[in-house]
Design a protein around this ligand. Sequence first.
Ligand code: ADP
Length: 245
Amino acid sequence: MIETRALRFSYNGREVLRGIDFKAKSGEFVAILGPNGAGKSTLVKCLSGILRCGGVRILGRPVEDYSQRELARTVAYVPQSAERSFMTVFDTVLLGRKPYMSLTPSRKDLETVEAVLKRLGIEHLALKRTNEISGGELQKVGIARALAQETEILIMDEPTNNLDLKSQLEVMRLAREFSEKGLSVVVMHDVNLALRFAGRFVFMKNGKIVADGGREILKPSLFREVYGVDVAIEEVRGVPLVVPL
Ligand code: ADP
């Protein structure tokens, strides 16, 4: 349902995505991993149509063919850091309903917002302004807004940054739950959190995908190649745990 073929992207003439072949479908939970500057954020911005990169197809159609409204009903993107404003949390999440709204929000729009605020445990913040809440709370507001969009595809860039341990687990569970019906793609720095929840791992380095697969691809040699560190991979309660040495 999302596909790129030999995707290339440059900022000011500097190529940062150098031939990306990526395909993912509904039912998958994909974690994109790799060192800083590998091109992960750029890739997910291309996948979600934030950057017009060319060569990205969503549900079989080129991203460029989608209207903004159509795209927002299909793909939700949660950036690394959401913007703060004088708007309340409720109204910010309601913006996620914009692709469905006419002039005023319908009962369904309001109920959807209430449900996602509850789902993320932030209903008590509904009337606070987004410039009056903590970084972790703001992160949850961004995720709530994306869920309110009711898309088939959810793409999140480092969604667990700023979050306490419990909230990290909640967000990863939410992304996994989302992938039971749709496609979840997350950029992650925390390898172990990714391993515990995602089903597929895409490792990037220098604008290329260097490995793509399930847990079977996790080898110390891969971590040496991608991150330049030696690791041991142990199993704890059936889950692989990567321990830097
Ligand atoms: P990652 O998410 O893996 O850390 P990014 O996709 O953010 O990597 O960045 C890839 C490369 O592109 C880096 O070298 C970064 O400096 C560069 N880059 C990212 N955003 C911009 C931008 N808006 N303008 C110019 N260069 C950028």
